[in-house]
Design a protein around this ligand. Structure first.
Ligand code: GDP
Ligand code: MG
Length: 338
């Protein structure tokens, strides 16, 4: 297998720029513990050769663990502190692990989103899938007020008159089809091989309404559902204008968790969010265990719009996003009118 090493190096370059002075070094290590690429950060404490090989020894047991967990479907991400350094390991697909070395005193909460995003991109590079090495600016400030102000500016940018960009997030249990829905909507494709979302991918897609002379630009944040993301989940979920709550019509607990977990968690993070409830996988009619009526009752209870989809056949996928876009336009017009 040949890896696009130029792209990998470019990605690490962006990663270094995103982390700034916090970064001591970043390494991409393959499953055999070999360093595929590495980069020394701009921190004063720069790593010498010796430490780089020391990192290798540290990485080994983690690699073994990750390889084991990969087979059982869970994903390894972890931090490790030594006296001088702080390590973050992020699994990047079946082939690689991104190792981030920070100053011992560095805060890791602001680093995690970048690490996950970089890990996701590295996985794509190893897979030979198309991916841009560019890492956009994510949340970095610590003061909530500043974050609020910046994000408001950033995410509600008025691009042209009547053209706006909105942050869209997805909620729902793992494997209900969130990534597949986004993929179907953005690229009109469906991939059958199961690749769990490792980090975060951020995609853009426009939804145009000729009648209204409006274009909604969605900035879609696709989150990983794994538990270890909980600590940073709030910052992903906050400041979103739009959200899709997805369950799988063939999986009852995924339906129950919408009401029990996802709705509340998202509402707490983004109280004014426009939400849509989606029952996905309707192509699996013979395996269905949650009826359309039940979906509609839940939607009524939560005062959401409900739609049933199949990311596999593409049924109703565009309409789902369109319905959400319309809700946003309506909300926006209402607030403008005040
Ligand atoms: P996520 O964890 O919610 O992002 O779920 P994924 O998009 O990764 O999908 C999980 C699994 O369900 C994958 O194997 C998909 O191929 C499959 N899947 C997703 N949507 C559909 C659908 O509409 N119909 C069927 N039959 N399978 C689907
Ligand atoms: Mg996913």
């Amino acid at each position: 297998m040949s890896v696009d090493t130029k792209k990998l190096a470019a990605l690490l370059g962006w990663y270094k720029q995103s982390l700034g002075d916090n970064l001591v070094a970043a390494l991409v290590v393959n499953r055999d513990g070999l360093i595929m690429d590495s980069l020394v950060g701009s921190s004063e404490k720069s790593l010498d050769e010796e430490i780089i090989s020391g990192v290798n020894a540290l990485v080994e047991p983690v690699l073994t663990r990750i390889t084991k967990e990969f087979n059982s479907g869970s994903f390894g991400t972890g931090t490790f502190d030594t006296e001088d350094y702080r390590f973050i390991f992020c699994e990047s697909g079946p082939e690689a692990v991104l190792v981030t070395v920070l100053d011992a005193i560095a805060g890791i909460d602001s680093v995690f989103p970048y690490a996950y995003l970089a890990a996701e991109k590295i996985a794509r590079i190893f897979d030979g899938r198309t991916v841009s090495p560019v890492i956009p600016k994510l949340v970095a400030e610590s003061s909530t007020d500043t974050i609020q102000r910046r994000l408001n500016k950033l995410q509600k940018v008025k691009i042209k008159s009547r053209e706006y960009a909105f942050k869209l997030i997805l909620g729902g249990d793992g494997a209900v089809g969130k990534t597949s829905m986004v993929h179907r909507y953005v690229e009109n494709e469906f991939e059958t091989d199961y690749k769990s979302t490792i980090g975060t991918s951020i995609m853009k897609k426009e939804c145009t309404f000729k009648e209204l002379e409006s274009t909604i630009r969605f900035i879609i944040w696709d989150l990983a559902g794994q538990a270890q993301f909980k600590r940073v989940r709030q910052s992903y979920l906050s400041n979103a204008e739009a959200g899709i709550l997805v369950y799988d019509v063939t999986n009852r607990s995924s339906f129950e968790n919408i009401n029990k977990n996802w709705y509340l968690e998202i509402k707490k993070a983004s109280p004014n969010i426009a939400l849509l409830l989606v029952g996905n996988k309707i192509d699996l009619e013979s395996e269905r265990v949650v009826s359309r009526d039940e979906g509609e009752v839940l939607a009524q209870k939560l005062t959401l719009t409900y739609i049933e989809t199949s990311a596999k056949t593409g049924e109703n996928i565009n309409d789902a996003f369109k319905m959400l876009a319309l809700q946003i336009i309506r909300k926006f017009i209402e607030t403008q009118a005040l």
